[in-house]
Write a protein that binds this ligand. Structure first.
Ligand code: GTP
Length: 600
């Protein structure tokens, strides 16, 4: 396919501004799919995404589009919208020359609109602003165009007003893609060189790599080499055989070889033909995990099955970092690193749904650091500053010069009616305001430096609910700062529960300890005996709640009668038990470990 008639582009937007709907319209217009209700949002392939109605993983589609009597090949890369996944966005756009920046005509610019704009801007891509949902009663495209001019310095007249839902002006968007976005510069004559920017594990096909071609071409049967691993693979299947200079799915590697080769290492890798080696491309900086949690099977006998599920899923999601870990209390486990809480929940749900694995996730923690005090300790650890991703490994104060906690720069956009409330919320999270300005007559953009720990679990939910859903939030890493940290344990009937241990700032220790004890009391069902729930710092108890004894007899109502009814009830009780984790002789619901961290 002639390179002049290829366009590689991505759609970026704040969550729910209509990316997937627009992508569906593109597919219809270009005839890639038939217009039916059942294939709505075909780009959102994964089951979890369907359920949540949200895109978490980039997908690609190739479209043929007629313009001025010529056929163009448009490669569309879908990107996720949630704040947890901006890293995924930046990877996707590395394969593009341009982006469509979608903004909802009613909501206007939101926090992720800003974050996504800068990703595209820094990558020097052509940015086409598209104002969507102009059919809405409260749509105000004029105001949104002004915002775009003020915040991004893009002239108003470059904006395209559309309704993805009704199809209004959608064709014009494709015309502008052809006109404004430059074609890729790769040449067929050059040696084959491609960047792996994503990969998935498909139950039927095996490992599928999404690649961006930077030169040459590849065919079925070719032997290609991964620069990073130095391993040769045979190309078994290509989505667009013979096409060049485009982003396409390169299918079906030798699965076993890749699975054992350290699953996640090869995203950002360069592929080349075995007989024609090239200089590798720069690749990507590794994704930075923002939260860590331990994950282990409900039952240690399921360890092997869970291991294989985790391996497949991490192939699908290279943003998850994995470390083997084991603890006296929990047995073999993994310490998994995620980009954020939603990312972790999605991963967990994938594990349960697609691989039938039942797992316990421990209380999560952000990556803290400690500067070690003695030469002896530094020698032992092999470094002066250690990173702590497991509260169980939190070094005692006597061993450190200081503790450090990760910080983020948060961007909040909201109507100005909520400014006061938002400032109070931010202060309660130890945040420091850096900047504040109006993006139009009514909307304010605020910048705060937050300790990551203060926003990772429930900040976004609180912000949303106090602003009736109008505030949006995004953040990026902002280094480390010294902090007074302590480890807090939680005890059930005097026995410390390792999966509940957390690291907290000294100033919030008492309130956190008290609140978590209260929430544990709520989430642990009454049992046959009384349970003491305690929070402790070292050997000092700082909070306590009591769960009263309760006798539950599921058969009491049956009066010895109907046997099938009896069996049914017993089965139901057994199923209920599966969701409980036994600690000592106490049953704890398995989602309690995360839920107790969520503030009301
Ligand atoms: P994520 O994938 O979750 O990031 O969302 P998205 O940006 O892909 O948004 P999606 O296409 O799922 O649309 C979000 C909601 O807006 C859906 O309920 C759509 O039906 C609706 N929507 C999308 N485009 C339009 C439009 O032009 N007009 C109206 N009225 N609604 C729209």
């Amino acid at each position: 396919f002639p390179v002049e008639r290829i366009r590689n582009f991505s759609i970026i937007a704040h969550i729910d501004h209509g990316k997937s709907t627009l992508a569906d319209r593109f597919l219809e217009i270009t005839g890639a799919i038939a217009k039916t209700a059942s294939n709505k949002q075909v780009l959102d392939k994964l089951q979890v995404e369907r359920e949540r109605g949200s895109t978490v993983k980039a997908q690609t589609a190739s479209l043929f589009y007629q313009h001025d009597g010529q056929t163009y090949l448009l490669n569309l890369i879908d990107t996720p919208g949630h704040v947890d996944f901006s890293y995924e966005v930046s990877r996707s756009i590395s394969a593009c020359q341009g982006v469509l920046l979608i903004v909802d005509a009613n909501q206007g610019i939101q926090a992720q609109t800003v974050a996504n704009f800068y990703l595209a801007f820094e990558a020097q891509l052509t940015i086409i602003p598209v104002i969507n949902k102009i059919d809405l009663k409260n749509a105000d495209p004029e105001r949104v165009e002004k915002q775009i001019e003020k915040v991004f310095d893009i002239p108003k007249d470059e904006c395209i007003r559309i309704s993805a839902k009704l199809g209004t002006n959608v064709d014009q968007v494709l015309q502008e893609v052809v006109k404004r976005i430059p074609h890729p510069t790769a040449r067929v004559e050059d040696p084959f060189k491609a960047l792996v920017f994503d990969s998935t594990f498909d139950h039927y096909r095996g490992v599928v790599a999404n690649i961006a071609l930077f030169g040459g071409h590849v065919s079925r049967g070719d032997k290609i080499v991964s620069a990073h691993l130095g391993k040769p693979y045979e190309v078994n299947e290509l989505v667009s055989v013979g096409c060049t200079n485009l982003t396409f799915d390169l299918l079906h590697f030798d699965i076993l070889a890749l699975r054992y080769a350290g699953q996640v290492g090869y995203i950002g890798d360069t592929l080349y033909l075995q007989k024609q080696p090239v200089e590798p491309l720069p690749g990507f900086k590794p994704a930075k995990a923002m939260v860590f949690a331990g994950m282990y099977p409900m039952d240690q006998s399921e360890y092997t099955a869970l291991r294989s599920a985790v391996e497949k899923l991490t192939l699908n999601d290279s943003n998850v970092t994995v470390q083997r870990d084991s603890s006296l209390a929990l047995g073999a486990e993994w310490r998994l690193g995620f980009l954020g809480l939603l990312h972790m929940e999605v991963f967990n749900q994938h594990l349960e749904q697609e691989y039938n694995a039942s797992v316990i996730v421990t209380a999560l923690t952000v990556p803290y650091k400690a500067v070690l005090a003695s030469v002896k300790l530094i020698k032992e650890h092999g470094e002066e500053v250690i990173t702590i991703i497991n509260p169980a490994q939190f070094p005692d104060k006597s061993q450190v010069v200081e503790y450090l906690e990760p910080m983020v720069m948060g961007t909040i956009i909201a109507p100005d009616d909520f400014t006061g409330k938002i400032m109070t919320l931010c202060q309660s999270r130890r945040a420091i305001q850096k900047n504040m300005f109006y993006i139009d007559d009514h909307r304010v953009m605020m910048k705060y430096i937050f300790p990551l720990n203060e926003i990772v679990v429930d900040f976004y939910d609180q912000l949303k609910s106090m602003s009736s859903g109008y505030a949006s939030f995004d953040y990026e890493g902002a280094g480390y700062e010294a902090a007074d940290l302590i480890k807090m344990d939680f005890l059930l009937n005097g026995r410390p529960v390792e999966e509940l241990a957390i690291i907290v700032h000294k100033d919030s220790a008492y309130s956190a300890g008290k609140a978590i004890c209260e929430r544990l009391k709520e989430s642990i069902p009454r049992q046959m005996f009384e349970i003491a729930v305690q929070a402790a710092i070292g050997s000092k108890i700082i909070a306590r709640e009591t769960i009263k004894a309760y006798r539950k007899n599921v058969l009491a109502k049956c009066y010895g009668g109907d046997i099938t009814r009896k069996m049914k009830l017993l089965k139901k009780q057994a199923e209920g038990k599966k969701k409980l984790r036994r600690i000592g002789n106490i049953d704890v619901p398995k989602d309690a470990f995360i839920n107790v961290l969520k503030r009301k």
